[in-house]
Write a protein that binds this ligand. Structure first.
Ligand SMILES: [Zn+2]
Length: 81
């Protein structure tokens, strides 16, 4: 199955157990071994491409960048009068 994470990005999940861990070598679920449907694989690839085209590389990297910028803010920065 394909669903959207809170950021709006498509996520591929196992039809059987709902987990999102797939072995890319065998296209099978790590948890229960259910093979990933080829139709789902193609749909997921298309969904990812559409999502990346919409948000662009900048927003795709912003998820990791947000944490870094928050960590770099000095704790005593609020020294305005
Ligand atoms: Zn599974």
């Amino acid at each position: 199955m394909i669903f959207r994470n809170p950021a709006g990005a498509p996520e591929l999940a196992c039809d059987e157990c709902g987990c999102r861990w797939f072995d890319r070598m065998t296209n099978a679920c790590y948890e229960c071994g259910e093979p990933m449907a080829e139709a789902d694989t193609r749909e997921y690839a298309r969904a990812i491409a559409e999502w990346q085209a919409r948000v662009g590389d900048r927003d795709a990297g912003a998820v990791a960048g947000d944490r870094a910028s928050a960590d770099s803010a000095p704790p005593g920065a609020h020294d305005a009068p």
